[in-house]
Design a protein around this ligand. Structure first.
Ligand code: MLC
Ligand code: AMP
Length: 501
């Protein structure tokens, strides 16, 4: 082990033990070998330095998933930069905000976006990285690697943007200590081994695919079978060589519906993990029926990494629960009256080395959400059994989770309310068999104005990423309100519950 708290130093130490094993395999070919990790990240880190990125500078990355994107992330950590990954679905309008807020020294975008992104930048260097590993980032790679930069546990490793109930995205500041503590805990808890083979199907701009999945494999010196998108048939074909799969509930419902799933096909797999959104007990049961394997559900957040997990060994994985607080992670529940309650229900608060350092340049927001004694207020409503097992029973925050991606209604409502002819709107999530929840907008037009579903959807296209855009727009005469004048979203959710069949 190493004294350097830079998480990359820990990955490098593990890589040294992995010998000539492949790290990332794609289409049967080794894209990155553990033996090459030091040299390839070292030279790429030197390139980032040559582009002008100094220790502590932000690097914003909005590119397609590729092995080179993984190297870029690792090189950024190695160079002591603060990695800021962005969903490729974000529009220029959304990107403009992130660039203004993060003030990156370097931006890496897709070649096809170069002109548009350049138009949004006021400072910093712009380079490109293509889906096939081409692009100006990889021009002029220096011959000399950059040594791994010394970092303290409290130094920033990444900023991940998460939308907020106020409509404005907040940058969650994650330190090397946050990331390393969570990764080491999960390595032990889930029994990561050097002979593991992770089937990687998640995007690498979120906590789940970037940290939970990749860090586990890196610390174990395990091989990753890299899938850029999600094709159930290709994933099932990999079960013969794989041992671990991580996915959101949509992945599991799509896998369960795909042909060719059986206990024999999954015989080599030791662990199926699910998280990022609620896994219905029914989906859990159907998957077990087809595969003979019990999904291990865990719960986490961008701000905290993983918080709870059902047991890997020596316990029962209970469908519909998210398991026990991870070792070193404390949770407590606060009831409606503001008092702590032992069993709930109430809002779950969490404390531990995994809890983020606050929101980037938003000290007031940080103070609102992290209590003085270090507990972060998750906004998830939970109950806890006397043995510590946690069940999520609702959300105190107005949030929709669609296919594992968060959609904050406030942000969508603000975009809709700004459209001509709109008086007001309410955005809700209703059951969707594929995505878990589907986004629906209920809109009240201004007197005399005509608002149509197609018109609203077309107008939102350039403003909001596709996954945030309402799948249905309902034009109504009025929104239901309670005696206090507050929109009753529960009434709307009940009314439109059957919209997606
Ligand atoms: C894609 N689309 C979505 C969507 N994903 N719409 C709503 N919600 C989503 N999540 C859009 C597409 O743009 C397309 O639009 C249409 O829906 C159909 O696309 P698809 O081909 O069926 O989708 P696909 O590409 O297969 O993607 C679905 C998915 C993906 C579930 C595989 O969304 C995904 O990878 N989700 C995982 C997200 C994730 O990593 N979350 C972790 C967050 S971290 P159209 O109309 O143009 O055809 C976190 C913390 C924690 O939450 O605890 O882990
Ligand atoms: P994000 O901010 O994208 O990291 O999303 C975090 C949110 O996802 C949490 O606050 C929960 O509401 C939700 N979440 C994560 N894992 C689970 C899970 N296993 N079950 C239910 N909700 C989950």
């Amino acid at each position: 082990m190493t004294d350097n708290a830079n998480i990359f130093a820990h990955f490098l130490a593990a890589a040294a033990l992995a010998g000539d094993k492949p790290f990332i395999v794609e289409d049967g070919r080794t894209a990155i070998a553990f033996a090459d990790l030091d040299d390839r990240t070292g030279r790429l880190a030197a390139r980032l330095r040559a582009l002008g990125a100094k220790v502590g500078d932000r690097i914003v990355v909005q590119v397609e998933k590729s092995p080179e994107n993984v190297l870029l992330y690792l090189a950024a950590e190695r160079a002591g930069l603060v990695y800021v990954p962005l969903n490729t679905a974000y529009t220029s309008a959304e990107l403009a905000y992130f660039l203004g807020d993060a003030e990156p020294a370097v931006v890496v975008c897709r070649p096809s976006d170069e002109a548009a992104v350049r138009g949004l930048m006021t400072a910093g260097r712009l380079v490109t990285l293509g889906v096939d590993g081409s692009g100006s980032l990889l021009d002029d790679i220096p011959a000399e690697p950059l040594p791994v930069v010394e970092r303290a546990a409290t130094d920033l490793a990444a900023i991940l943007y998460t939308s907020g109930t106020t409509g404005r995205s907040k940058g969650a500041m994650l330190t090397h200590g946050n990331l390393l503590s969570n990764a080491l805990t999960l390595k032990d808890l889930w029994g990561w081994r050097p002979d593991d083979v992770l089937i990687h199907i998640l995007p690498i701009y979120h906590v789940h695919g970037l940290f939970v999945a990749l860090h586990g494999a890196l610390l174990a010196g395990a091989t990753v079978l890299f899938h850029r998108g999600f094709d159930p048939a290709a994933v099932i074909a990999d079960f013969a060589r794989g041992s671990v799969l991580m996915g959101v509930p949509t992945h599991y419902t799509r896998l369960t519906a795909a042909p060719g799933l059986s206990p024999a096909v999954c015989a080599n797999m030791r662990l199926f993990l699910s998280g990022s959104a609620p896994l219905l007990a029914e989906a859990h049961r159907c998957f077990e029926e087809k595969t003979g394997q019990r999904i291990l559900e865990r719960y986490g957040m961008t701000e905290t990494g993983m918080i709870t997990s059902n047991p890997y060994a020596g316990g029962v994985r209970v469908a519909g629960t998210v398991g026990y607080p991870l070792p070193g992670v404390e949770v407590r529940i606060r009831g409606d009256d503001g008092e702590l309650v032992s069993e709930g229900p109430g809002v779950l608060e969490v404390r531990g080395a995994n809890v983020f350092a606050g929101y980037w340049r938003m000290p007031e927001k940080t103070a609102q959400e992290i209590r003085e004694d270090g507990y972060f207020i998750t906004g998830d409503i939970a109950t806890q059994e006397p043995d510590g097992r946690v069940t999520l029973v609702g959300r105190a925050k107005d949030l929709i989770i669609s296919g594992g991606l968060n959609v904050y209604p406030k942000e969508i409502e603000e975009a809709i309310d700004a459209l001509p002819g709109v008086d007001e709107s309410a955005v809700i999530g209703v059951p969707h068999s594929d995505m878990g929840e589907g986004v629906v907008a209920v809109i009240v037009p201004q007197k005399g104005a005509t608002v149509t579903e197609d018109g609203v959807r077309a107008a939102l296209e350039s403003r909001l990423a596709r996954f945030k855009q309402p799948r249905r727009v309902i034009v109504a005469d009025a929104l239901p309100r309670n005696a206090m004048g507050k929109v009753q979203k529960a009434v709307l959710r009940a009314e439109y519950a059957g919209l997606f069949g």
